[in-house]
Design a protein around this ligand. Structure first.
Ligand code: BGC
Length: 426
């Protein structure tokens, strides 16, 4: 038996985001879903195919029948977490978690420009209280991609005004939550939005413009910086950081051009945003899903020994070198997301085990990792893929919304409760 112990006070838990689980949100995404559901159902197979080639270098087009229906693409009631959060937090607690990451739905808080919905603010005060009552440390995400319609109409994250609007919303929420919240992530995965919404045109507002993508890079960095300063002014003890999507890029061969491609891609995806925000962070939230073995200029040659239901390669080992590459910033690191679409729960136990071992190796080498939040607590609405990918430790029946923890959730529970991973050795 091999034992991997984690540092004292390690945070263990899972993450969700408002639009993906709450239900009945009205924002730029919900409008887009209604407009595009038919088209998304018709193009499901080819989109899955081209995305899997882009991210893992291998065609994947095995999708369940619901992916070909329009209703799969409408977030609708989602997991009805807005009404069932107490039941969900009871489950998280019973599964050994000591933290939970969730996001605030801006479109509920400020449905019209400058008009604040006190009832919605109070809802999140209650959500935080419910976490605290169960001994779960709240990990609050201030922006997880969706926004009020009025703001989307003004140009959303690309608009010049975005950082100021964001700061105003952040101040409102931090004032309301500061007595019970220490950890705030400002923006969820800025680079995913830049690439998918502004460069490749997959997500609303479906732009394909390098200029817009660059502009959004800078707007989001500016928004993060303003939020960071504003939060600290209101709440000096807060711990604030971005939730940053990272990709492990390595060269396909020792050829110079392959090496240059891999390091360029690694710099743009992992370190450019960090450079833009400089020292305005107390911790770094790392979100790891992708590995790329790159041949010049950008062909992906992954081995794909195991892939998720979405055809994404499962490569947990990439997390060790990635974490080591973030050590230079001298900040504590929380893994704010890591997970996989795996409806049958075939790979999740293996994935958790190998991911935690990869983190442990980094910790042994001196990287200050302080928490692991699995994506996701619940099966949820996976953006332009809709409901069919199942990321939850807990499955959610689409008809009855009944929650059932998967076997992997029980495996993870032991790890959370003992603060260690025990591996049977042959
Ligand atoms: C996002 C989540 C998403 C998950 C799986 C992350 O990029 O933050 O919202 O569901 O990955 O794709």
């Amino acid at each position: 038996m091999k034992r991997y112990e984690f540092p004292a006070e390690f945070l263990w838990g899972a993450a969700t985001s408002s639009h993906q689980v709450e239900g009945n949100t009205h924002n730029d995404w919900s409008e887009w879903e209604h407009a595009k559901a038919n088209q998304l159902s018709k193009t499901a197979r080819e989109r899955l195919h081209s995305e899997s080639v882009a991210v893992s270098g291998q065609k994947h087009d095995v999708i369940p029948p619901e992916a070909l229906t329009a209703e799969n693409y409408i977030s609708g009631i989602a997991a009805d977490h807005f009404n069932r959060y107490e039941e969900d937090f009871d489950l998280a607690k019973s599964l050994g978690h000591n933290t939970h990451r969730f996001s605030i739905e801006w479109s509920r808080i400020e449905p019209e420009e400058g008009k604040w919905n006190q009832e919605a603010i109070e809802h999140y005060v209650q959500v935080v209280a419910a976490l605290r009552a169960r001994g779960l440390e709240p990990f609050v995400t201030l922006w997880h991609w969706t926004m009020p319609i009025w703001l989307a109409k003004k140009g959303g994250v690309e608009s010049r005004g975005f950082p100021a609007y964001f700061e105003r919303f952040v101040r409102m929420m931090v004032e309301a939550l500061k007595k019970d919240v220490i950890y705030f992530t400002t923006l969820n995965e800025p680079t995913s939005v830049i690439v998918n919404s502004y460069l490749f045109g997959n997500w609303p507002p479906q732009k394909k413009s390098l200029l817009s993508a660059l502009r959004v890079f800078h707007r989001l960095a500016g928004a993060h910086k303003r939020a960071y300063a504003a939060i600290h002014k209101l709440h000096p003890a807060a711990q604030v950081g971005p939730a940053h999507a990272v990709i492990y890029s390595e060269p396909h061969s020792p050829r110079l051009l392959d090496r240059l491609s891999a390091s360029f891609s690694g710099f743009i995806s992992n370190h450019y945003f960090m450079r833009l925000i400089g020292n305005t962070t107390d911790f770094i939230g790392i979100q790891y899903y992708f590995h790329q073995r790159i041949a010049f200029p950008n062909h992906i040659h992954n081995e794909n020994e195991r892939v998720s239901d979405m055809g994404w390669e499962l490569y947990p080992h990439g997390l060790t070198p990635l974490l080591i590459s973030f050590q230079k910033y001298g900040k504590p690191i929380y893994i704010t997301e890591s997970g996989l679409a795996d409806a049958q729960d075939q790979h999740r136990i293996w994935y958790l085990t190998e991911t935690l071992k990869a983190i442990h190796v980094a910790i042994e080498q001196g990287v200050d990792v302080r928490g692991y939040l699995h994506w996701s607590l619940l099966d949820n609405f996976e953006w332009d893929k809709g409901f069919w990918p199942h990321f939850g430790l807990i499955s959610v029946d689409r008809t009855t919304l009944k929650r059932t923890p998967r076997a992997s959730a029980l495996y993870y529970k032991t790890i959370c409760e003992t603060n260690q991973l025990e591996e049977q050795t042959p």
